[in-house]
Design a binder for this molecule. Structure first.
Ligand code: 5AD
Length: 363
């Protein structure tokens, strides 16, 4: 295909996408390829076409509101050894920590006073956080703050465990699928981790009534136009309430330390596509996006994102939850600096909504 044909076809597909027509995996792959391979001027025009539509759809469903979530990173111990992740088991240079129930509750108290109405408990897969221990903390948060949503992001567990946490009152669960292609999955993870398990977890979470989030990194090693196309088909068909998308950023002392980072532009492109595929989805402008560009969050919002997740972890552990290098945890990334975030959002006509911000996506 000549560059001119590629351009023509990509713009046709962008129109189809905007019109709500169903694209095939090959269509998505071509669109993704065009964004990477067309001359920058044309690629930018393609991104702009989709971000314009994504922004319209976001405005239609959410107006100028940005939902904020207080992110509490409860542990950086992890039994897994994902090749990309800075807190993988095999990284001996990580200074490990875990928060006590009291510390987590005091994060919530501080967050509540700041205006947060969603708390996200995220952590590595740490045996210290037994199913019952997590359930107990969730119950306590929900008892103290019945008007708040609790989101968990603690990795893969059997359905019974998810059910226990749901009964304890957890509302949402984030578990990125990382890639919808099994072969790619096996290149990002050690042999004991399987895409099938991940997908089963996501289905179980959904069937238990969690607002469920999947997602992937953009630019992870071995990713291709085809695997990314499979991610989009999966996201469209699974219809998650939330999608977490950020650039891959290498982490030191991991097998992927010397790999290239994902690009800012491609990440924005995917935010727009996902907004168009699922107009009501909750879509964060991730910390990783803020890390690779000084205006990452604002640009994310202009490309279709509508959620921000400032860091509410105790100040002394923030630098230890280093999933990747140079991860932000100060300035607008800190829960304590909501004013700072508010000012940034004002420059693009958005404002923080101090509400639970539940998903409007139903089955
Ligand atoms: N770069 C970007 N994102 C990463 N994550 C883990 N390691 C990295 C990295 N090096 C993401 C994964 C995981 C989420 C918690 O953080 O997608 O699901």
């Amino acid at each position: 295909m000549t560059p001119i044909e590629l351009e023509k076809r990509a713009f046709e597909l962008a129109d189809k996408l905007i019109d709500g027509e169903k694209l095939s995996k090959d269509d998505f792959a071509l669109l993704i390829r065009a964004e990477r391979e067309l001359p920058e001027e044309n690629a930018a025009a393609l991104r702009e076409k989709l971000s314009k539509r994504a922004l319209e759809l976001k405005q239609l469903h959410y107006g100028n509101a940005v939902y904020v979530r207080g992110l509490i990173e409860v542990t950086n111990y992890c039994k897994n050894n994902c090749l990309y992740c800075g807190i993988r088991r095999g990284n001996p240079t990580v200074s490990r920590y875990r928060l006590t129930k009291e510390q987590i509750l005091s994060c919530c108290a501080e967050g509540y006073a700041l205006g947060f109405r969603t708390f996200v408990m995220q952590g590595g897969e740490d045996a210290y956080f037994t199913p019952e221990r997590v359930a107990d903390i969730v119950r306590e948060i929900k008892r103290n703050y019945p008007d708040c949503a609790v989101t968990l992001s603690l990795g893969e567990y059997p359905k019974e465990v998810y059910a226990l946490w749901r009964e304890a009152g957890a509302d949402r669960y984030l578990l990125r699928h990382e890639t919808a292609n099994a072969e790619h999955y096996s290149k990002l993870h050690p042999a004991e981790m399987m895409l099938e398990t991940r997908m089963d977890c996501l289905k179980n979470l959904r069937s238990l009534g969690f607002q469920t989030g999947c997602g992937m990194m953009i630019g992870s090693p071995y990713q291709s136009y085809e695997t990314l196309a499979e991610d989009l088909v999966f996201i469209r068909d699974f219809r998650p309430q939330m999608v977490g998308i950020g650039p891959f950023i290498p982490a030191h002392d991991t097998p992927f330390a010397n790999e290239k980072a994902g690009t800012f532009e491609q990440t924005l492109f995917f935010l727009s596509i996902v907004r168009i595929l699922l107009p009501e989805v909750l879509l964060p402008a991730t910390t990783a996006l803020g890390t690779i560009h000084p205006h990452g969050r604002e640009m994310g919002m202009l490309s279709g994102a509508n959620v921000c997740m400032p860091n509410l972890s105790p100040a002394d552990v923030r630098s230890k939850y280093s999933l990747y290098d140079n991860k932000l945890y100060t300035g607008s990334e800190a829960a304590q600096s909501l004013n700072d975030l508010e000012k940034r959002l004002e420059t693009i006509g958005c404002n923080i909504a101090f509400v639970r911000g539940d998903s409007k996506l139903t089955e």
